[in-house]
Design a protein around this ligand. Structure first.
Ligand SMILES: [Zn+2]
Length: 456
């Protein structure tokens, strides 16, 4: 008997393929083309990539792993993809709320930025942002700020994936005093990170209304030269649209398209005031849209026609936008929940945006927004191992009939227990493995005092 068993073990070792990790859970939400949810599922990982997806029994038969993590009370899902944010602004969290966008920007954010934004500020603000994002299950963030090279350094230190755009804007800012200087700075930044395994550097002209046509065209040319995305705010407010119509008799989307800015990988944040013609352009150019429901609600910007965009199969992802006054956090669970509910209340139809669509926007459709759907966004063999384990044993998560419904409507960011990015565990048992959380929180408190004093 013992002999037969030993032979069986020996045979298994001969046929089992090597893996670095096996992670298993009660449910594996794959977000693959069939939207498979595997009960008692497991994922095998070798190096940076997923090498096996199946039931735990199948994966245990096929793979011999060096290490394993079994979470029989949890959901294993693709890492969440944030398609629009400004991570370093976390140091301004709640500095001024309940204001109109222009007042908030001109009376608080621009003065606070002018007095405080330095590479050190960006480093600690981004560390704080990455800490919150990773602990809440976000594995990829799309950022737009100043000193974006520092953001990229911090993302690498945190072990987080980033699509990180250096801001180009038509007035003097912390890192560059002119658009020409910003374009030069951006080119050096692109050269430094263009082949990085975790970072996709990007060119981020702030918006149509803050840049000249020449700067916008030069931004597109620079993005194309290095085959990287262009990130821009688009039709966030009614004023932006009204001004464009008054000055140029065209919508912001049409103006950008006429300049050739949308001809190439583009991530457009908000898209609140786009009409049918604009959406046809976004669709035909393959522009990805970052829907930011919390921000749009908090600033009363309006409601993006997301249901229409989804019916056109436009790539629409989710973003928390700024933590300073337009949200004020990086909680992708909240964005999923709000995206679904905002679409329902504004269409008067509870079927308008179901949980399946909200989770898809936070994962595989978000990956499409970034042009990264072949690499991330789902748990499939060959893809990068970016994944999260979410506990389901608390009162608000029990009982569970449908894991996707639970993810969108019941679970919270702090239910995230383990996180892996690019094959490396970065959160274990809700503790960050890559950053010094105590030091980051202490630095944030120090910055609060400094920023408050600077505004007096
Ligand atoms: Zn933004």
């Amino acid at each position: 008997m013992l002999r037969t068993f030993s032979f069986f073990l020996f045979a298994c070792m001969l046929t089992a393929a090597p893996a670095d990790w096996i992670w298993s859970a009660r449910y594996v939400i794959t977000e693959d083309a069939q939207h498979r949810v595997i009960e008692n599922g497991a994922i095998a990982i070798r190096g940076e990539r997923i090498v096996g997806v199946g039931t735990r029994a199948e994966i245990d038969r096929q793979f011999q792993a060096k290490q394993r993590l079994d979470r029989p009370d949890a959901i294993l899902a693709p890492g969440l993809i944030n398609t629009h944010t400004h991570a370093a602004m976390s140091l301004f969290r709640g500095i001024a709320d309940d204001l109109k966008l222009q007042d908030w920007l001109e009376k608080f954010i621009f003065p606070a930025e002018a007095k405080n934004v330095t590479p050190d500020f960006v480093r600690w603000g981004t560390r704080l942002g990455c800490l919150e994002m990773l602990l809440g299950g976000t594995t990829t963030f799309t950022d737009m700020y100043y000193f974006e090279d520092v953001v990229a350094e911090v993302a690498k230190e945190a072990g987080m994936r980033g699509v990180l755009g250096e801001t180009i804007i038509g007035f003097p800012v912390a890192d560059n005093k002119t658009p020409a200087a910003a374009l030069q700075f951006t080119e050096k930044y692109l050269q430094r990170f263009v082949n990085d395994p975790l970072i996709v550097p990007a060119v981020a002209p702030h918006a149509l209304y803050t840049n000249s046509d020449e700067t916008l065209k030069a931004s597109r040319a620079l993005a194309d030269k290095y085959k990287v995305p262009l990130i821009i705010h688009l039709s966030e407010t009614k004023k932006e649209n009204d001004d464009a119509m008054a000055q140029r008799h065209m919508s912001p989307t049409k103006i950008l398209d006429s300049l050739g800015v949308l001809a190439g990988r583009t991530v457009a944040a908000h898209g609140v005031w786009v009409d049918d013609d604009d959406m046809a352009i976004l669709k035909s150019r393959g522009v990805g849209v970052a829907h930011c429901p919390s921000s749009n609600m908090k600033l009363a910007s309006g409601v993006a026609p997301v249901v229409k965009m989804l019916s056109l199969d436009i790539a629409v992802g989710l973003g928390p936008d700024g933590p300073a006054g337009s949200n004020n956090d990086f909680n992708m669970f909240e964005e999923m929940d709000l995206a679904a509910k905002l679409a329902k209340v504004t269409t008067n139809d509870p079927r308008a945006l179901p949980a399946t669509a909200a989770l898809e926007m936070a994962t595989i459709r978000g990956a499409r927004v970034l042009g990264m759907e072949k690499e991330i966004g789902s748990l499939e063999v060959g893809k990068r191992a970016d994944m999260i384990v979410v506990r389901t044993d608390r009162a608000h998560a029990t009982p569970m009939y449908d894991p996707i419904s639970q993810m969108v409507y019941a679970l919270k960011a702090d239910d995230v227990r383990d996180v892996m990015v690019n094959g490396k565990p970065v959160v274990r048992d809700a503790r960050i493995l890559t950053l010094n959380a105590v030091q980051i929180l202490q630095k944030a408190a120090e910055y609060r005092a400094k920023i408050t004093a600077s505004l007096k």
